[in-house]
Design a protein around this ligand. Structure first.
Ligand code: ASP
Length: 337
């Protein structure tokens, strides 16, 4: 059987870092050299791979819209030449990048698998090797036409994933959606959970760095402080509310903030702070004001998905009303209504 071809896009992150006097940091050329010396990657079972190292290599804390554009463009330019893609990425913002790419890569027909590790290759005991090898094998699997995140035995839908642990090797989960595959003794793909291929041609949407904000609600929050942040420039707000989308409603500054956002055409979308379940405003009196002021529910979307979906819809040039409508629609399997 002919070997499949996988493109590895290396963006940085712990996986390829080495120890420096300031702590772990990526080093140009180090990972490609290491991989070229890894006997496991010479196995007949491993697909052919080509590694593209992005410049500069980054700790993922520094990855945002411009780097998402760079990754998406690299996939777009190489789309026809490969059966699948593996994106090596730091774990800190991997769920954001996975979510962003899921929206940017429209009508995707091939697997795009993000992975990384909690311990770098340069350490004797590491999770880097297994994550990379399994991600490579899955990326050669044509039945997964979506952006996914592979980590420690589980393949997750990218825009459903979130980083759960800063130090455990099982660092990611998708609390509101079952895994797409499990890699135990065998790799088992849960076909029913995977998106279906569309007949529309593949295309890519670049993102524009737009001013948006995430406000986390907490007991005692003084909305007056937020009021000044809601300016004409602010295009969108993701509100992380309590439970099913509730907000303390005793503070008049809260209503003024909502009115100001409406006047400025700022989209407001409400996520829940809970890891599982849905924000559905209007169930309680404490979310009634949100509903009256045209705020929309993110349902069971992660904050990562809500933020990157906002960037995407703003970049598409949609009006406020269109963005509000589409934030509540399921575009890439990111939400359940
Ligand atoms: N700070 C690192 C990064 O996100 C952490 C990691 O990769 O695990 O790039």
């Amino acid at each position: 059987m002919q070997k499949k071809n996988v493109c590895i896009i290396y963006t940085g992150g712990t996986i390829g870092m080495t120890k420096t006097k300031n702590g772990y940091a990526p080093q140009d050329g180090y990972l490609p050299l290491l991989l070229s010396q890894m006997s496991e990657l010479q196995s007949l079972r491993i697909p052919n791979y080509t590694l593209i190292e992005l410049n500069p290599l980054l700790d993922s804390s520094n990855i945002a819209v411009n780097e998402w554009n760079q990754i998406a463009s690299t996939i777009n330019q190489n789309y026809e030449n490969f059966d699948g893609f593996v994106v090596l990425h730091g774990t800190d913002t991997m769920a954001y990048t996975a979510s962003a790419l899921s929206f940017m890569l429209e009508n995707l027909k091939k697997p795009v698998i993000l992975t990384g590790s909690q311990i770098p290759f340069c350490e004797v005991r590491n999770d880097a090797k297994d994550n990379l090898i399994t991600a490579l094998l899955i990326a050669a699997e044509e039945t997964i036409p979506e952006v996914c995140l592979y980590f420690s035995g589980k393949l997750l839908r990218g825009n459903r994933s979130t980083k759960m642990s800063a130090d455990e090797l099982i660092a990611f989960d998708s609390p509101n959606y079952p895994p797409l595959a499990q890699a135990g003794v065998r790799i088992r793909i849960n076909k029913n959970n995977v998106l279906k291929k569309t007949s529309e041609p593949f295309s890519m949407q670049l993102l524009t760095p737009s001013p948006i904000a995430v406000f986390k609600i907490f007991p005692g929050i003084q909305f007056g402080i937020f009021e000044n942040l809601v300016t004409k420039e602010l295009k969108g707000i993701v509100l992380e509310a309590f439970g099913s989308g509730n907000i303390p409603n005793y503070d008049h500054a809260f209503l003024r903030t909502l009115e100001k956002a409406a006047e400025n055409n700022t989209v407001i979308v409400v996520c829940t702070q809970c890891l599982r379940g849905s924000a559905q405003i209007g169930d309680y009196e404490t979310s009634a004001a949100l509903q009256k002021n045209g705020v929309v529910s993110a349902y069971d979307m992660t904050v990562e998905a809500a933020v990157t979906k906002l960037y995407y819809l703003i970049s598409k040039g949609y009006s406020k009303i269109e963005i509000e409508r589409m934030m509540e629609e399921n575009l890439r399997g990111e939400l359940t209504i």
